[in-house]
Design a binder for this molecule. Structure first.
Ligand code: ADP
Length: 319
């Protein structure tokens, strides 16, 4: 293999730059040319592709976001659009592509592999919702950001006898919420995997307040309920001031933490090794501290992410 491409796609995540840097430098060290594709599948379709040298990824290891840019490009679901994208790479003799992104991006990579263009996926998302890996690139950085926010909310809510609801990202995955609840000492943890019953939640908060609790932190994943409305209900029932804080996109930004930088570097280098070994249509993961790779189609279609029940149980025991 002589020439490969790399792109970042979908929601950005801290550590994507570290992954791209590792792909670029590992490939160059092995005598392979690397081409950066700008703005994900959108730029691939438009042919915005540039050769990357070692120095193009200097000062990138500590930088949040993705210097290649990312985009949502639903048109990539159309086969004709993907044909053009593949033709753009073949024109430059690019033989394989490394895609850093979430499960949507993996679908694109899977479909190009099925069309005869080999792709390797790296899990880049703060949501930790990808099968075949214990952690995704960006998750630990986002976790630290959420913890910092919870610590700050704890200071002010304990000073004011206030109940704080913190809405945390994760889409359909409660990992970020659960881990942040443990690290931040939240009293209540509401995640998509466990369903939501507002009456039960409010009743247990009321019962805690009646027992003398003066402040509380409720960690809840996005898209479960309207947290501003929930705050009003809780305030009415407990007579304690209740405020909702939506952390939003602050969770996606920031310099990647040590864990994400190192994991992204290892995964990026591993992706190049896999391509050299002739592997294609694989997605890279880290499982029980070992780099692993799985069939990308299998990962999307058949492998379920195991729910971390013991972490969930711990949020209850420690609350
Ligand atoms: P993420 O990769 O973070 O899950 P998205 O779900 O937005 O983010 O997916 C990123 C991009 O991947 C989309 O904008 C689209 O270009 C491409 N994509 C998503 N789903 C598919 C699909 N079923 N087939 C082909 N490409 C897809």
């Amino acid at each position: 293999i002589k020439k490969i491409g790399v792109l970042t796609s979908g929601g950005d995540a801290p550590g994507m730059n570290a992954a791209v840097r590792a792909v670029v430098r590992t490939a160059i060290a092995k005598g392979i040319e690397v081409y950066g594709i700008y703005d994900g599948y959108l730029g691939l379709h438009e042919g915005r592709i540039k050769k990357l040298e070692r120095h193009n990824v200097s000062d990138m290891i500590n930088r949040g976001g993705t210097f290649l840019g990312s985009a949502r490009f639903p048109e990539f679901k159309e086969e004709s659009v993907r044909h053009t994208a593949i033709a753009n790479m073949r024109k430059l003799d690019i033989e394989a592509l490394v895609v850093v992104g979430g499960d949507g991006s993996y679908m694109g990579a899977k479909k190009m592999t099925e069309m005869g263009f080999p792709c390797i996926g790296l899990p880049g998302t703060i949501d930790n919702d990808i099968a075949g890996t214990d952690y995704t690139i960006g998750f630990h950085t986002a976790l630290n950001t959420v913890l910092d926010a919870i610590d700050r909310l704890r200071d002010t809510s304990s000073s004011h006898n206030r109940i704080s609801i913190v809405e945390i990202m994760g889409r359909h995955c409660g990992d970020l919420t659960m881990m942040a609840a443990i690290g931040g000492g939240a009293e209540f943890t509401i995640i998509p995997e466990k369903g939501y019953n507002e009456d039960e939640l409010v009743a247990s908060i009321v019962s805690d307040v009646e027992k003398g609790k003066k402040h509380a932190i409720i960690a809840i994943t996005e898209h479960i309920t309207n947290v501003a409305d929930l705050a009003m209900v809780i305030e009415k029932r407990t007579h304690l001031e209740t405020r909702a804080t939506i952390l939003g996109h602050t969770q996606r930004g920031g310099s990647p933490c040590a864990f994400d930088r190192i994991m992204a570097s290892e995964m990026g280098a591993f992706a190049v090794e896999l391509l050299i070994q002739g592997e294609a249509g694989r997605c890279v993961g880290i499982q029980s501290n070992k780099l692993t790779h799985h069939d990308i189609i299998d990962a999307i279609e058949n492998m379920a992410r195991p729910f971390n029940q013991s972490i969930y149980d711990l949020t209850k025991i420690l609350s």
